[in-house]
Design a protein around this ligand. Structure first.
Ligand code: 26Q
Length: 822
């Protein structure tokens, strides 16, 4: 192997300027007088991309030479966020780039604004995958992220007449400068058909899969830089393409349109990202998406393996494959198929390899969110895989029976197939059986997993289970999103904290330092001014940066309880109208988040927020003491402006329902205080920052379960609380729906009749806790001291810590430093 081209990049202002002009010509065919802002954004991106690729080439070369164990992260979603700013940060060339573009009469901020982010994920799970790539690169771990290149990512959200309207996300419209396509490295993926069993020439039993159709998968690579190191890794996303652009046979037979039809069908596979909480929509295509990217990724992994090795028994020494939830769990069956059918291995040998390679992360406790597939559908799409899963199940249940003889209930709970009603494949069970490690994403979540949804698996294999509390990258969510705060921290404790977040502890003494507290307050204020300007631009609303910014941004869902937040706002509003609570600080309540298009109640919750906003914001009696804002189209890009501006972070899910939460971490790392339940990672955050610096309220997970057991009756809570009755009465009376009393009836009815998420049970405690928040905010010195202590003690929620734990406990991988000549 030759050394990679050692092209040298000069990062001086002069050469960045020269490169920019050159890219404007070579990539955009423009000269400065006719170039648009977007042309400049693209040209600058290409200038930066060259420098990124330089690191990637050296990393690939180093990883190839060392051939140490590599992490393969399989995820159906990656929410990467805008790339330009992050790459400039990680290359360490911010100052030069800023000056270069300024000398050309441009502003870097305007150029960064041009970028449309790839919204290739729904929320937490997709963003976690992106944070983990950042940390893998920074910790110098050889790794690949594999996923799907959706042509349309998560829909863009508009608000029309207070309702959510979904608009197609055409993120590729203006071109994507960050990806490098590799059409020369495509794989065929087969679907449907049937299998034929028989014996080969050596008399061995063999199964042949005769597929009905196939499509090609083309990889698009996006490099991901580590921070403060030479390492880069890649995110490899697969796009579906028709096998032949024109089927000449069909052409000759006059079946031209059928041939074109088939092409369109094939390419549909990677057309669109499915929103979660969307039960039946596009089931078949979703399964095809999952298998498609899994098949391409494993084929690619084996190709890389065979470059250096021939003995498949060594596969687990060279690769570990992490399953990000069950979305890629069909990989267990595909790996068996590859080993047995394509490589001629015996079952037991193949199973040993397979279970030596995979590890599984669970992200949910909601039983209805566990993925299952109708067996008939599964068999139609993947007949060979269904057979393999039957065989895995047969052998697995024999093992269970050896450990727990005659325990029929256990056998049926652990089976890879559920037989109640229609027969279905249970993907979580498949993932557990096929993996050597299983983890939850927060301490409470992992405990509850062991006690509930994965109880039987834990009893069988306790040693497979561990907790890996989620983390977030401080590069994007602190340094990039909040440079003012990052600079202040660096001035006080030095610059190493961005790679070693335990150093933030050094901030603790500053909590008592008046001058520092003032600077801290000033940074927060500037962030609030900036967010206020964005709110103005997006919604036309004026909000006052001197008010308490109380923010809840996350997907809209009943278990996340945005309606609990709204009930408190209405209660507070009513008190003010009655002349009560007049000493409470003025507040701006900010919401953001998307509802799944088919989730009627979630969409109604958005309408309730905008309805309350309409009334409260225009009530002259209120006179600005409450403002309510729904910030449309919450995504990574605007999140980077929202987290830094928060005084208060709302983390109010029903205890036991939010697996971890990661927004909670992004807020607290930016100095917001949290109001929250003991749910997900809130438990650990509260513990880390100290309960005296955290606004805790509500039932615990145990109490939620016990209350439910005891026969929870929400109407009793309702009957016993006058303010709650009044608040709900204002909703059902039509005050927030232009006089229409029917609009919110489904929401009100679900709260009164069932209240699955115990909104009413936690209402009084929440309102009371919010009063406490108000009083605390009136003592700014103490508030800012708490804020500083939050940041100082949040170091463990860096994704670097999470990834280091995965490396140590599950992956058993070591750093491979990359030296980049420059
Ligand atoms: C499944 C089948 C069909 C269509 C869509 C889906 C689907 C897609 C995405 C189901 C779930 C998701 C995403 C789940 C998710 O984001 N979970 C969150 O993961 C975070 C990272 O671990 C946690 O912090 C959150 O608590 C958890 O809700």
């Amino acid at each position: 192997l030759h050394h990679p081209p050692s092209h040298c990049f000069d990062n001086s202002v002069e050469s960045i300027k020269a490169d920019l002009t050159e890219k404007l010509f070579s990539m955009r065919a423009k000269f400065p007088e006719v170039a648009t802002l977007n042309d400049y954004y693209l040209a600058l991106s290409y200038v930066v991309r060259d420098r990124v690729l330089h690191r990637w080439i050296h990393s690939a070369h180093t990883y190839f030479q060392q051939a140490s164990r590599t992490v393969v992260y399989l995820s159906a979603e990656y929410l990467m966020g805008p790339q330009l700013g992050n790459n400039i940060l990680n290359l360490g060339i911010r100052k030069q780039v800023e000056q270069a573009v300024a000398e050309m009469g441009l502003s870097l901020e305007d150029l960064l604004e041009q970028e449309e982010e790839p919204g290739l994920g729904n929320g937490g799970l997709g963003r976690l995958a992106a944070c983990y790539l950042d940390s893998l690169a920074t910790l110098q771990i050889p790794a690949f992220g594999y996923g799907i290149r959706y042509e349309f990512g998560i829909f863009d959200q508009q608000i029309k007449d207070g309702w959510q309207v979904e608009v197609t996300d055409r993120w590729l419209r203006l071109g994507n400068p960050w990806e490098v396509p590799h059409p020369e490295r495509r794989y065929e993926v087969r679907f449907g058909g049937h299998t034929e069993a028989g014996y080969d020439a050596q008399g061995r039993y063999r199964v042949r899969w005769v597929p009905e159709r196939s499509v090609m998968g083309t990889p698009f690579d996006t490099p991901v830089l580590g921070y403060g190191v030479g390492n880069a890794i890649i995110l490899r996303l697969w796009q579906a393409e028709a096998r032949e652009s024109f089927d000449f046979q069909a052409f000759n037979l006059g079946n031209y349109y059928k041939a074109v039809d088939d092409k369109v069908m094939s390419e549909n596979i990677t057309k669109v990202l499915y929103p979660n909480d969307e039960p039946e929509a596009g089931r078949r295509l979703r399964l095809e998406q999952q298998y498609f990217f899994v098949a391409c990724s494993l084929a690619d992994m084996l190709r890389i393996f065979f470059q250096r090795d021939t003995d498949l028994d060594r596969l687990p020494d060279k690769f570990v494959v992490q399953l990000n939830d069950t979305h890629p769990a069909v990989a267990v069956a595909e790996m068996m198929r590859l080993l047995i059918d394509d490589n001629g291995l015996e079952w037991d040998r193949a199973w040993k390899i397979t279970t030596g390679v995979f590890a599984y992360t669970n992200h949910t406790l909601l039983p209805e969110a566990l993925e299952t597939w109708n067996v008939d559908l599964f068999g139609k799409v993947l007949p060979r895989h269904l057979e393999i899963i039957y065989e895995i199940n047969h052998r697995f249940l024999m093992e269970v029976n050896r450990f727990f003889p005659g325990d029929a209930g256990r056998l049926s709970r652990m089976s890879l197939f559920s037989e109640a009603g229609e027969k279905r494949v249970r993907m979580a069970n498949l993932a557990c059986v096929g993996s050597r490690a299983i983890n939850g994403v927060a301490a409470l979540h992992t405990d509850l997993l062991k006690q509930t949804v994965l109880k039987d698996f834990h009893e069988l294999w306790p040693e497979k289970f561990s907790n890996k509390t989620n983390g977030v990258t401080p590069r994007r969510f602190m340094a990039l999103a909040n440079p003012g705060l990052a600079d202040l921290i660096t001035q006080s404790i030095g610059a190493t904290w961005l790679r070693d977040m335990d150093r933030l502890k050094g901030l603790e003494p500053f909590a008592r330092d008046n001058a520092f507290r003032d600077q801290w307050a000033e940074v927060k204020h500037q962030c609030k001014v900036r967010l206020a300007a964005m709110i103005r631009k997006k919604t036309g609303m004026a909000v006052d940066p001197d008010t308490l910014f109380d923010i809840q941004v996350k997907r809209i869902h009943e278990y996340k309880r945005q309606h609990l937040n709204v009930l408190n706002i209405i209660t507070h509003y009513r008190r003010l109208k009655q002349g009560l609570d007049m000493d409470a600080p003025a507040r701006t309540f900010i919401f953001g988040g998307k509802a799944a298009p088919g989730y009627v109640l979630a969409k109604l919750m958005i309408r309730l927020i905008t309805g309350v906003a309409d009334v409260v914001n225009h009530d002259p009696d209120i006179n600005g003491r409450i403002k309510v804002v729904f910030y449309p189209d919450f995504n990574v890009k605007n999140a980077q402006h929202i987290y830094p501006a928060a005084d208060l972070s709302e983390q109010i899910s029903t205890a036991g329902k939010e697996a971890s939460g990661t927004g909670n971490m992004k807020f607290a790392l930016n100095g917001a205080l949290t109001i929250g339940t003991l749910d997900g990672a809130n438990v650990e955050i509260c513990q880390a920052v100290g309960p005296e610096n955290f606004f805790l309220f509500g039932l615990t997970a145990d109490q939620v379960a016990a209350t439910r057991q005891a026969g929870y009756r929400p109407c009793d809570v309702y009957d016993g609380n006058e303010e709650l009755r009044a608040a709900m009465g204002m909703i059902s009376g039509g005050l927030f729906s232009g006089g229409d009393p029917g609009m919110f009836a489904p929401l009100i009815d679900s709260l009164l009749n069932e209240d699955r998420f115990m909104v009413l049970a936690d209402y009084a405690a929440y309102v009371q806790c919010q009063e406490q928040v108000g009083r605390a905010f009136l003592k700014p010195d103490h508030w800012h001291a708490m804020s500083i202590l939050n940041v100082a003690r949040m170091g463990m929620f860096s994704s670097d810590r999470s990834i280091a734990e995965y490396c140590r406990d599950i992956w058993h991988v070591e750093p491979v430093p990359v030296v980049v000549p420059d």
